[in-house]
Design a protein around this ligand. Sequence first.
Ligand code: URA
Length: 209
Amino acid sequence: MQGVTVVGHPLVQHKLTKMRDRTTSTKTFRALMRETATLLCYEVTRDLTMDTVRIETPVAPTEAPVIAGKKLVFAPILRAGLGMAEGMLDLVPSARVAHIGLYRDPASLEAVEYYYKTPEDIAERLVIVVDPMLATGHSAIAAIARLKASGVTNLRFVCLLAARPGVAALREAHPDVPIWTAAIDAELNDHGYIVPGLGDAGDRTYGTR
Ligand code: URA
């Protein structure tokens, strides 16, 4: 699908399968979330614009590439996005972090905002929105709309696992925002959970259920 990258790397797929397994412990699930996010971060940053700088090695002067522009922003959607953001920060430790607090109204499944804190100059930066599960798409759509209202124009979305309806909804609402995911499952159940999915990513990361 246009604007959607499924990261089929064997390491990502292997780790995702372990995360899907209901017998995987909280400790292992959290570690796998972090590791998988690092691998997805590598893919989502693959085409960043580069500049050239003049440096001196111990042997000779040379020109060498560096990432152009201001530092990236990772924007985890609370709370499950935090587990992924940690893994992305392992790879890009100087990135800034914008926290977006949204919860799903259990009846309507709509996203309700309760927290929003970003770097002041966020509008000048590439913002990578992070949430492990793209289910209905409501949270991702709301988070991206909120960032756009703050002036952000350069956005990407990365998740661990998506559902087909969520991908379609996000692409329709924000066609300018490309998506990276490790897999796309076919459907959602009546509670808005991805099937077969991996359960509640927040609960499994933090051991709350
Ligand atoms: N959020 C989750 O954590 N899991 C799902 O399956 C859907 C939304």
